[in-house]
Design a protein around this ligand. Structure first.
Ligand SMILES: [Zn+2]
Length: 114
């Protein structure tokens, strides 16, 4: 969405910007009001990890740094566990790294017969 503002004066452009900013803050307020009133019908959490690929550090050039010389080393791949859920109604989405353990009850029957 590109508009052509060629030929507009500085004053006209400033006025348009002020109006647009005012519209934008009205829209944001309306949206956050609507979102705040939403009952939220969340989707199932989707696993959306943040991944930092492993990489090689070159280390210091040979013959430099004296006793502090450090050779090449490998930095491991890192995966930060994260989940995202999105509201079907208002489209709000939330991200969490928080989890809790779920303890499961499993029925146990005695081995005695009869
Ligand atoms: Zn919602």
């Amino acid at each position: 969405m590109t508009k052509d503002y060629k030929g507009r004066t500085h004053t006209e452009l400033r006025k348009l910007i002020v109006e647009a900013e005012s519209n934008l803050s009205d829209l944001k307020a309306a949206l956050s009001g609507l979102t705040a009133r939403c009952q939220h019908n969340w989707s199932n959490p989707e696993y959306t990890p943040e991944i930092h690929e492993g990489y090689q550090i070159q280390g210091d050039p040979v013959g430099t740094m004296g006793v502090d010389w450090r050779g090449p080393s490998w930095v491991d791949r890192q995966e930060i566990k994260r989940w995202t859920r999105t509201c079907y109604q208002c489209g709000k989405s939330e991200i969490t790294e928080q989890t809790r353990d779920k303890v499961e009850k499993v029925p146990v029957f005695s081995d005695r017969r009869g």
